[in-house]
Design a protein around this ligand. Structure first.
Ligand SMILES: [Zn+2]
Length: 483
């Protein structure tokens, strides 16, 4: 606690007296001025509770708006919008030259997962700095992203940077639940405010550290699509003392047996193929050889025998299997209504994670064939389709250059996320989305969503610098306005 108080004091004093300068501990190329600003923004973001229960994204949106206006953004370019008073979204536009190019959208989310104070070592809503780590709810997910974007937006104003087109930063509400008050609401009601050629999302990707060195730079360019089905068998039932040959529970069980034995065909897309090619070098030699064989030989038009054998071997690993194909698995079961009655109904929940290229109608038709006669198969939780975002050459080559400079030795690896984020809805709305936090961490150390969430101090500063260079690389002004 003492340390927390001391840290808060340091932060507030440097805010007032910039010339004194705080000692800069982290070895980052980010200028000290912006390290201090990033620390200030992260402190404000974490210390403002944005949990769904008792927090408010509106409170944080308003504080950030004040900072942006003080930095020189016109109030007319800042929008706070949303469905109700406590779940507002913040959108700000940095005006660029009129090159005719569509804007680039930058995204982060304001809300955080609930944190139960009593279980934490320290107050989750009071940022502390300890042994080179920032600790607090959201320190990583995703108030690090909020900090990266806000610090750069202010920097760009201070440095009077005019990009070649508008840059929009979108800070969403409600990402951690179903996004109906966040990106879904904004797309339905205010899409023009965030419409863009493509989006760069801070909430995903990242730099993996292993043995003190950067191992890989991740970019999520695609994600699997979630859909849930209900399998159901019905039967007139009767007295259990006189079993009949047809039985709802047995019928459902047989259908689930067939589902267990069924696999969807493997398919690669540009993202998963590049993921295999680029990440093979990080794996053991046998696995690497199989990955390369699949990337080379497993084509839509047919597969050679080497790649087929490799596919069969790697598919035994659940993570590779999920990368290669749509999966559907039974997750819940209910049936019968009395100990002494034949079941009138038996139901199973079957959750699917579809490849972005597999239409839900085809998956449903396949499941109906597998379930067979007498079993109804219906969608119980519909999907939001989400195309894989094309790997834009100018973005990929820029990331290769910047990763080599900031995280030497870490290859840039595009990936298909197995979970979902705001990117799902943005892709669905026709805005290709790339998640690349550029935050470096050892796998699992942040404990995002869990207790004592943390992020390396240096990783925040490096990510701020990285995003500054990335945007300058993507939106360097090529057209100048007449005065
Ligand atoms: Zn997140």
């Amino acid at each position: 606690m003492t340390f927390t108080c001391k840290f808060s004091r340091v932060v507030s004093s440097v805010a007032g007296v910039v010339l004194l300068g705080a000692p800069v501990q982290a070895q980052s190329t980010l200028p000290a001025e912006y390290q201090r600003l990033a620390r200030e923004v992260l402190t404000e973001a974490v210390n403002t509770n944005t949990e769904a229960s008792i927090g408010s994204t509106t409170a944080l949106a308003k504080k950030l708006q004040t900072r942006l206006i003080a930095a020189g953004y016109p109030a007319s370019d800042i929008h706070i919008v949303g469905p109700d008073r406590k779940n507002q979204n913040l959108i700000v536009r940095l005006r660029g030259a009129r090159s005719g190019r569509k804007p680039i959208l930058l995204a982060a989310h304001l809300d955080v997962v609930e944190a139960r104070k009593a279980d934490w070592t320290n107050d989750p809503f009071l940022l502390r700095l300890e042994n080179g780590f920032f600790l607090g709810r959201g320190a990583e997910d995703d108030k690090s992203g909020v900090t990266v974007l806000i610090t750069n937006l202010i920097r760009w104003k201070r440095e009077k940077w005019i990009p070649d087109r508008d840059i929009i930063a979108y800070f969403s509400a409600d990402e951690e639940s179903d996004a109906t008050k966040g990106v879904q609401w904004v797309l339905a009601h205010e899409k023009a405010l965030i419409d863009a050629e493509y989006a760069l999302n801070t909430d995903g990707g990242g730099v993996e550290l292993a043995n003190g060195k950067p191992r890989m730079f991740g970019v999520e360019a695609s994600e699997k699509v979630y859909v849930t089905f209900r399998f159901e068998a019905v039967n007139p039932g009767g007295h259990s003392s006189r079993p009949r040959p047809d039985n709802a529970i047995y019928a459902l069980a047989h259908a689930l047996d067939r589902l267990e034995a069924f696999t969807f065909p493997a398919k690669l897309n540009e993202v998963s193929r590049t993921q295999l090619e680029r990440s093979a070098a990080l794996q053991a030699p046998d696995t690497a050889a199989d990955m390369r064989a699949i990337a080379r030989g497993y084509l839509d038009s047919g597969a050679d025998s080497t790649s087929k054998a490799a596919m069969a071997r790697l598919s035994r690993d659940p993570t590779f299997n999920a990368l290669f194909r749509t999966t559907c698995v039974a997750t819940k079961l209910e049936g019968g209504h009395a100990d002494n009655a034949l079941p009138q109904r038996a139901r199973a929940t079957v959750n699917c994670r579809m490849l972005p290229t597999d239409p839900v109608t085809e998956v449903e038709a396949a499941l109906k064939r597998v379930a067979g006669e007498g079993i109804s198969v219906v969608v119980s939780d519909p999907s939001t389709p989400s195309d894989a975002s094309p790997l834009r050459p100018e973005l990929m080559s820029l990331l290769d250059q910047l990763a080599a400079r900031y995280f030497p030795g870490a290859p840039v690896i595009p990936s298909m996320a197995l979970g979902a984020s705001d990117g799902l809805f943005l892709r669905n709305a026709g805005i290709p989305t790339y998640s690349l936090s550029a935050i470096a961490e050892v796998d699992g150390e942040s404990n995002a969503h869990g207790l004592n969430e943390k992020v390396r101090e240096k990783s925040i500063y490096d990510a701020v610098a990285f995003w500054n260079d990335m945007l300058h690389g993507l939106a360097a002004k090529t057209v100048t306005l007449a005065p």
